[in-house]
Design a protein around this ligand. Structure first.
Ligand code: HEC
Length: 144
């Protein structure tokens, strides 16, 4: 016996999947500027890590070379309260500490993208949530 309902249920299902995929693409490209705050990003990483960040650990992490050629400070400066300079291209980089750069840590996709890229450059792996929380606590503690 054939199942006549089968053919008819397939179409709407496929349409739904396509819609979901489209929505994902659209929100992925449109989710720019100012969808979050440094405090919310800290909260996100600290809760993923299951522990609050430590400013002292963050400072050591940020300024250490982890066995490679660069530290985070190589491009962002130490402390990262003024504009940095890309260690290989020389391109200017905005200050990373939020008190010195109102745009820092205000765009979730941007935060994730740069953490991924920069951690791979420095550590040859992604940073853990605990490491991100530490760095953020330290950055947030830097005041004019
Ligand atoms: C090779 C150079 C380089 C190194 C090393 C580097 N960064 Fe970056 N980072 C950049 C550049 C370039 C940007 C984009 C900034 C801009 O456009 O002004 C950036 C941006 C970021 C951002 C996004 C901030 C925001 O919300 O705008 C974070 C977070 C970050 N870096 C963290 C780190 C951490 C943590 C390390 C060390 C593991 C590190 N970076 C090492 C070059 C570097």
């Amino acid at each position: 016996m054939a199942h006549p309902t089968h053919a008819t249920t397939r179409r709407p299902r496929a349409a739904l999947v396509t819609l979901a995929a489209l929505a994902g693409i659209v929100s992925g490209t449109v989710a720019h500027a100012a969808d979050t705050t440094p405090a919310q990003q800290l909260e996100r990483f600290a809760s993923q890590a299951g522990q609050p960040g430590s400013a002292e650990r963050g400072r050591v992490f940020f300024t250490s070379r982890h066995g490679g050629e660069w530290s985070c400070a190589s491009c962002h400066g130490n402390p990262p309260t003024a504009g940095g300079k890309h260690a290989s291209t020389g391109k200017p980089i905005d200050p990373l500490a939020p008190a010195f750069n109102p745009k820092a840590f205000t765009d979730t996709a941007r935060v994730d993208k740069w953490f991924r890229r920069n951690c791979n450059d420095v550590l040859k792996r992604e940073c853990t949530a605990a490491e991100k929380a530490d760095v953020l606590v330290w950055l947030a503690s830097l005041r004019p």
